[in-house]
Design a protein around this ligand. Structure first.
Ligand code: AMP
Ligand code: GLY
Length: 425
């Protein structure tokens, strides 16, 4: 079958790499893709939320399956758009409906969902512009630190952890009264701070059944030792040593199963990935967020460990037959390190040539995030530029191998964290 992947990052490069290995994929397209995805299929220049343009590309290229990488088109309803159009209904969309994508698209919705279905999460209150005064009063006596979250999508910047009441009140005002996050911040969630270590869990569901993919841990801060501002993700490792059998059993029983069941009870059709961000608090898993997609750079360590044919998995999602699939996981460790443009996550320049991409060892993979091909030369085209994933029997060796590959790669003001996986070494 012909498959179209929507998206442009390292996650989509990893999808393209994996899907291109499938005997079930005839032709692969990526929209808009990057210089890395072009090695595995045909890039199509279009905007991810331009649904009529996506429709046109699907019909022209006889697409039989659409795999959606990022959250934005899902929250905007691409799945519903395909289901409602008689010319497109034969194309299964791997990604949930807009209603289901609210698990990521609205923090207030996801908190209410968790509370209703008894899923462990931090205590919270939600406030909108009409309840600003009430919210300010509530903040005054709230235990520190205080977590403030914009309700809607805010490109990963909508969470602020405040260490004083003064800071919390000021941020609260900026969000609700001064539109700091635009529409996304006109409603907000005020949440208790959870102290513990984070873990990302990935579930693929057809709405009735689910499979659990390898877990991962990502490193969000720009600086070594988890210092400085948040980024999209500077690296990831899989497996995560503390996510042992007993812990993952708790995750299944207390979080994943009630989530799938809750979606059914609430009659929310969900076909696609659920990425659950957890914190381990005193040996117990607590949910900090749901995402309606795979993580980036987590996908770049998760998919390399997945032995199954990804297209067969997606076919089973479309046919509601995931119960017939057994997941097979490579026992080896994967680690990925992300190389970014100097200045990121603040302002940075683009368009610098990248060299050394041909010096990759057999145990490593280079996934492009922000790159483009111009006149046969790969150029930087984003904050996160590329990542190097390596396989090894142990985490230190996987890190060493990625570092070795990164030594040969160069572009103007390239930076990467050398301490990925530090707490497990
Ligand atoms: P999110 O955008 O929901 O992924 O949140 C971004 C980051 O903020 C998370 O990865 C956590 O590190 C942190 N965070 C979110 N909620 C909490 C919380 N309730 N307690 C502690 N940290 C949190
Ligand atoms: N790496 C975190 C995310 O994809 O949201």
């Amino acid at each position: 079958m012909n498959i179209l992947i929507l998206g442009a990052g390292g996650r989509e490069h990893a999808f393209a790499w994996k899907i291109s290995q499938s005997p079930n994929c005839s032709r692969l397209f990526i929209a808009p893709g990057n210089a890395g995805t072009a090695q595995y299929g045909t890039n199509i220049e279009l905007i991810q939320t331009d649904f009529p343009a996506i429709k046109k590309a699907c019909l022209k290229n006889k697409i039989n399956m659409l795999v959606v990488g990022p959250e934005e088109p899902l929250v905007a309803g691409i799945s519903d758009f395909f289901n409602a159009d008689p010319e497109l209904t034969h194309i299964p969309v791997i990604g949930p409906s807009a209603s289901a994508a609210r698990l990521e698209g609205s923090k207030a919705f996801s908190k209410r969902f968790m509370q209703k279905h008894g899923i462990p999460t931090a205590g919270y209150r939600e406030f909108d512009t009409d309840h600003f005064a009430e919210g300010s009063e509530f903040l005054k006596t709230h235990k520190l630190p205080i977590v403030l979250k914009a309700d809607g999508l805010a490109a990963g910047k909508g969470v602020i952890i405040c260490n004083s009441h003064v800071e919390a009140m000021a941020e609260f005002e900026l969000m609700l009264q001064q539109n700091k996050f635009g529409e996304a911040g006109r409603k907000m969630v005020v949440e208790e701070f959870l102290d513990g270590i984070e873990l990302s869990v990935f579930v693929l569901t057809d709405g009735d059944h689910y499979v659990l993919l390898p877990e991962a841990k990502d490193y969000k801060k720009i600086g070594e030792g988890d210092k400085g501002p948040n980024t999209g993700g500077m690296g990831a490792v899989s497996p995560v040593p503390f996510a042992d059998k007993a812990f993952m059993e708790k995750v299944k029983k207390r979080i994943i199963e009630p989530t799938i069941q809750g979606l059914k009870v609430d009659q929310i059709d969900y076909r696609g990935f659920i990425f659950i961000g957890l914190i381990k608090v005193n040996e117990e898993p607590v949910v900090i967020e749901y995402n309606c997609r795979m993580g980036d750079p987590e996908t770049e360590v998760v998919l390399p460990r997945l032995k199954n044919d990804l297209v067969s998995l997606f076919r089973a999602v479309a046919d509601k037959k995931l119960n017939e699939i057994d997941i097979e996981i490579d026992k080896r460790v994967t680690a990925t390190m992300v190389a970014v443009s100097g200045g990121y996550p603040g302002s940075y320049e683009k368009g610098f040539p990248i060299t050394g991409l041909d010096k990759c060892d057999k145990d490593s993979l280079i996934f492009h995030s922000g790159t483009k091909m111009v006149d046969g030369q790969v150029l930087t085209n984003g904050g996160r530029v590329l990542c190097v994933t390596s396989f090894a029997e142990t985490l230190p060796n996987a890190i060493r191998k990625s570092m070795e590959v990164l030594k040969h790669i160069d572009f103007e003001s390239m930076y990467f964290r050398r301490d990925i996986g530090y707490e497990f070494l």
